[in-house]
Design a protein around this ligand. Structure first.
Ligand SMILES: Cc1cc2nc3c(=O)[nH]c(=O)nc-3n(C[C@H](O)[C@H](O)[C@H](O)COP(=O)(O)O)c2cc1C
Length: 246
């Protein structure tokens, strides 16, 4: 299996073009799952990149797995647990093209093992130049990999890296009560943080130093990993249509 298949290169290139034109909304995708009663469930989520990769900085790893994040208390979790079939529909307005990516979702949550066997063949180590300046997400990832055993990819190290990449505002929402727990009115807002800042990286574990509430939020922070089995690409202007079956 190629870790850098043509469909992945195409998505990465078209995302960059659209990001330059439209900014962050270029990374908004519709993610459809299946409810236990077999009805479809669909919502917008942010595409966070290919697992292990950072488009600005070499990490030493590559994969063909798409990463999204969510709160483990959200309804989609039970849907994915009972049926892992899912489809991403991604419209790139800047280039007028659509990708439909079908496949299987894998959940990486707190307490899961560092290795998730069916996914391991989708990730490979690549050479990465030693850089003097390393970002905190990648420093945390490197430290966590050492802790989990640096010869293999660790999904818990990847989860930590993605946690660092969240904005302080988004990180804080993982400590908030769910909409069901909030009750009437806005009173719940008095007791919750608006931001969760990271102030440093633990040298041994990679864990983030800072607000003690970081630990509470992290427990609810989950990765959704899409293992693609089919990519359907259509260009609206020319009508060109191509299907990649994996
Ligand atoms: C622009 C936008 C981006 C969003 N990004 C995410 C995301 O990355 N992850 C997520 O779980 N929910 C995200 N949401 C919220 C979801 O669309 C959805 O409301 C929430 O996850 C609950 O979905 P569920 O009931 O299907 O679990 C986003 C919503 C919008 C409008």
């Amino acid at each position: 299996m190629s870790i850098s298949p043509s469909w992945k290169k195409l998505i990465a290139t078209q995302l960059q073009i659209n990001f330059d034109k439209l900014g962050p909304p270029a990374a908004y995708v519709s993610l459809a799952t299946v409810r236990p009663d077999n009805t479809p469930a669909n919502r917008t989520v942010v595409f966070r990149g290919f697992a292990g990769e950072d488009h600005k900085e070499a990490t030493g790893w590559e994969s063909d797995l798409l990463v999204m994040t969510c709160d483990k208390r959200s309804p989609k979790m039970s849907q994915i647990t009972s049926n892992s079939a899912a489809e991403i529909c991604w419209y790139f307005h800047g280039t007028q093209e659509q990708f439909r990516i079908s496949g299987k979702l894998h959940i990486v949550a707190d307490g899961d093992p560092a290795s998730i066997k069916p996914l391991d063949e989708h990730v490979c180590r690549v050479s990465s130049p030693d850089s003097e300046k390393i970002s905190w997400p990648n420093l945390a990832f490197r430290n966590a990999l050492k802790q989990f055993g640096q010869d293999s990819f660790s999904w818990q190290a990847e989860r930590l890296r993605q946690w660092y990449r969240m904005s302080p505002e988004l990180r804080a929402t993982f400590t908030w009560p769910t909409s069901k727990e909030r009750g009437e009115g806005e009173d719940w807002k008095k007791d919750v943080p608006e931001t969760l800042n990271i102030e440093g990286v633990d040298e041994e574990t990679g864990w983030c130093k800072g607000d003690p509430k970081l630990e509470d939020g992290y427990k609810n922070f989950v990765l959704l990993i899409m293992e693609a089995t089919k990519i359907d690409h259509v260009l609206l202007q020319s009508g060109d249509h191509r299907v990649y079956r994996l």
